[in-house]
Design a protein around this ligand. Structure first.
Ligand SMILES: [Fe+2]
Ligand SMILES: [Fe+2]
Length: 287
């Protein structure tokens, strides 16, 4: 595992612009295990995608509820961009999730969606608006480091089936563009270190538990649970040397530092590098 030196830098000037892509995923049916023909990692990413539409609506609501407390000249514009981008992500991943269900996994998908909605309903009911924003800031760190792994590793993007590659690259670009929005707003509202860590740790634990459980259900449905070699291969690709998940663990820890800021790792050059690879679309006005 390669550790990168992290330098403290200023937030780069980035325009946070929503873009509706209208992906159709033509050809996905030819390779259902769309990530590297690997059932384990494909289902891990599928299960994560299931959480996006409802999860990102929660992010939007938590930011919108406290946006009037934002300080700084460009903050309202950035928040509008964030809200617009997450709304687009919900729509595009909903289309992708409809394909994942595809008859074979309907009951598992419905169960996963019901659990997600129940967890989020509990969060809305029992957590204060400030705590909900803290949770959003922490979960946005997780999406940002996964996005960084995708954009920094062309070899990972190459392993995705062409029909879904643009969805994940587009989402990774926009998660990078707006990675500091919820965090900066939380700092404006409270800057409570312990609350930030509590919600980050519990959010991380829920995400790991949820993803592991439902990935296992999908693997069982496919009969992969009886194929130890396939399982071991998938786990190695996820958690072994330069694995998809293991490579983001050092960046996950960086959130625990009291003086952390999402842009201390300035990966903004990756945005321009990858944007040229996407189909050109008309940009949406921010919400
Ligand atoms: Fe998103
Ligand atoms: Fe996000």
């Amino acid at each position: 595992m390669k550790l990168r030196l992290i330098k403290k830098r200023k937030t780069p000037a980035i325009s946070i612009t929503p873009r509706r892509m209208g992906f159709t995923f033509k050809g996905l049916e030819d390779q259902p295990y769309w990530f590297d023909n690997d059932p384990v990692l494909t289902h891990v990413l599928n299960v994560m995608s299931l959480t996006f539409p409802d999860g990102e609506r929660f992010f939007v609501d938590s930011v919108r509820a406290l946006r009037d407390q934002a300080k700084g000249p460009d903050r309202q514009k950035d928040i509008s961009g964030f809200i617009g981008q997450e709304a687009m992500h919900s729509l595009e991943h909903q289309a992708f999730n409809d394909l994942i269900a595809d008859g074979q996994y309907d009951d598992i998908v419905n169960h996963a969606l019901a659990v997600t909605r129940k967890l989020l309903a509990g969060a809305r009911k029992y957590m204060s608006q400030q705590q909900q924003l803290a949770a959003t800031a922490g979960l946005e760190h997780i999406t940002a480091i996964l996005a960084d792994a995708i954009l920094r590793r062309p070899d990972l993007v190459e392993k995705m089936h062409p029909s879904v590659r643009n969805l994940w690259v587009w989402h990774a670009i926009e998660e990078t563009e707006h990675k500091a929005v919820a965090y900066d707003l939380y700092k404006d509202v409270s800057d409570n270190y312990l609350e930030r860590q509590r919600t980050f740790l519990s959010g991380s634990a829920y995400l790991v538990g949820f993803t592991s459980y439902f990935t296992w259900q999908m693997l069982k449905r496919d009969g992969i649970h009886r194929q130890p070699l396939t399982l071991a291969k998938g786990l190695w690709k996820g958690f072994g040397y330069r694995g998809v998940i293991s490579s983001v663990i050092p960046a996950w820890f960086s959130y625990l530092k009291p003086g952390f800021h999402p842009w201390e790792d300035d990966n903004s050059a990756l945005i321009e590098k990858w944007r040229a690879s996407l189909p050109q679309v008309k940009e949406k006005n921010a919400a």
